[in-house]
Design a protein around this ligand. Structure first.
Ligand code: NAD
Ligand code: MG
Length: 382
């Protein structure tokens, strides 16, 4: 039985991970579940999955959570430090990090330092501090298995190819809800428009990132650190059907692709079952019903964030960290109707132009860049 810590269990990825676990209770046992605010959902999950411990990051909910689970033998803790300590506990084999945003970085680092296998949904960990994270993985004999569907696809395409040169990674993108919206209309789209993703149902932050294509930019950076491929060799291709999850082209010109219905439970389960494949009841891809697969170049004039991610990566050091911080503030402001859709890219451009470059950041440098960038972005919004 593999012992799991699921960080961010009340979110979109967390809930789907628990769905996988519920169908394979002969394979997985839950040691730890954590959430930020939603203590009621955490209570329901704790009653169903009987973990050793639960942690609520927001300490204001500790008493309510503790009370609600008083009749159960589960340990109840609060605060970010408790998340890190419990995830590092001895019995845990795999830490699934499904926390959203910069808040996921420290849990990733601590799980790596504890030598765990990290099933990584929190792409921001690699966007912010990919170089540092990779160094720690090597040092502590840990491993990262991608959960993001594109990276799971690439990971699967690379299986059995050790030593073979990768010529190019082809990262597919759905194009989001505004693929066909004329550029001049984008300034007027609302958060409700942006939250209506054509393919995937996800948390609010990544849904907005998908609408701006920031998500794809972050995934280019994520791919660079996961697979050691320079960003110039990572090509983004818009594929609205979202059936080809990504591809790898090798030195001989051969291209391998991984396909399937768009269902996050498949890559989540693969990250947990790797290197084995175990059954699912997920819908199968019927090629006769999905007869047309189309591919097009992304419009980087319309979706400037994609270009900003490449630029941030070329500058390197702490710049992708600044991009991530500014983006989190911008998305939050957009979700609270404080700025418009296009203003998000304007803000990121301005912040990147003003950020002081640090070539080889330490963890403290990343923390400080994140903190200072948030302040700068807030001030620019005011
Ligand atoms: P979500 O908003 O639905 O869930 C986020 C989870 O993190 C919740 O359980 C929340 O309680 C917890 N959390 C939030 N802030 C926290 C904090 N400060 N401290 C501790 N816990 C905190 O998000 P999601 O859509 O499940 O995405 C999670 C991560 O997975 C993101 O990094 C996202 O980019 C990535 N991802 C998601 C999908 C998807 O289909 N949803 C696909 C690929 C990658
Ligand atoms: Mg993805």
């Amino acid at each position: 039985m593999k012992q799991l810590a699921i960080l961010g269990s009340t979110g979109s990825i967390g809930k789907q991970a628990l769905d996988v676990v519920s169908k394979h209770n002969d394979e997985y046992e839950v040691q730890l579940l954590t959430a930020n605010d939603n203590w009621q959902e955490l209570v329901r999950q704790a009653r169903q999955f009987a973990p050793d411990a639960v942690v609520i990051a927001n300490e204001a909910h500790y008493a309510a959570l503790k009370d609600a689970l008083a009749d159960k033998p589960v340990k109840v803790y609060a605060g970010s430090d408790a998340i890190n300590q419990c995830a590092a506990a001895k019995p845990v084999d795999i830490v699934l990090n499904a926390i959203v945003g910069f808040a996921g970085l420290t849990p990733t680092i601590n799980a790596i330092k504890a030598g765990k296998v990290v099933a990584l949904a929190n792409k921001e960990s690699l966007v912010v501090a990919g170089e540092l994270v990779n160094r720690l993985v090597a040092m502590h004999n840990a491993a990262i298995i991608p959960v993001d569907s594109e990276h799971s696809a690439i990971f699967q395409c690379l299986s059995g190819e050790v030593g073979n040169e990768v010529e190019k990674i082809i990262l597919t993108a759905s194009g989001g809800p505004f693929r066909l919206t004329p550029a001049e209309q984008l300034a007027r789209v609302t958060k409700d428009d942006a939250l209506r993703h054509p393919v995937w149902s996800m948390g609010a932050k990544i849904t907005i990132d998908s609408a701006t294509m920031m998500n794809k930019g972050f995934e280019v950076i994520e791919a660079k650190w996961l697979f050691g491929v320079p960003v110039e060799d990572i090509e983004v291709v818009v594929h609205p059907q979202s059936l080809v999850h990504s591809m790898v082209q090798f030195a001989d010109g051969a291209v391998k692709a991984q396909l399937g219905m768009p269902d996050m439970r498949i890559p989540i389960q693969y990250a947990l079952s790797y290197p084995d494949r175990i059954p699912t009841d997920c819908e199968r891809l019927d090629f006769t019903r999905h007869g047309t697969l189309t591919f097009e170049r992304p419009d980087t004039d319309k979706f400037r964030n994609l270009g900003l991610a490449y630029e941030a990566m070329r500058r390197g050091g702490n710049i992708p960290c600044a991009l991530n911080a500014a983006n989190e503030v911008a998305v939050h402001a957009f979700l609270h109707d404080r700025i418009g859709f296009m203003a998000m890219s304007d803000l990121l451009e301005e912040v990147l132009a003003k950020t002081r470059h640090i070539a080889s950041p330490t963890l403290e440098d990343y923390m400080e860049t994140d903190r200072m960038t948030r302040i700068m972005t807030q001030e620019l919004i005011r």
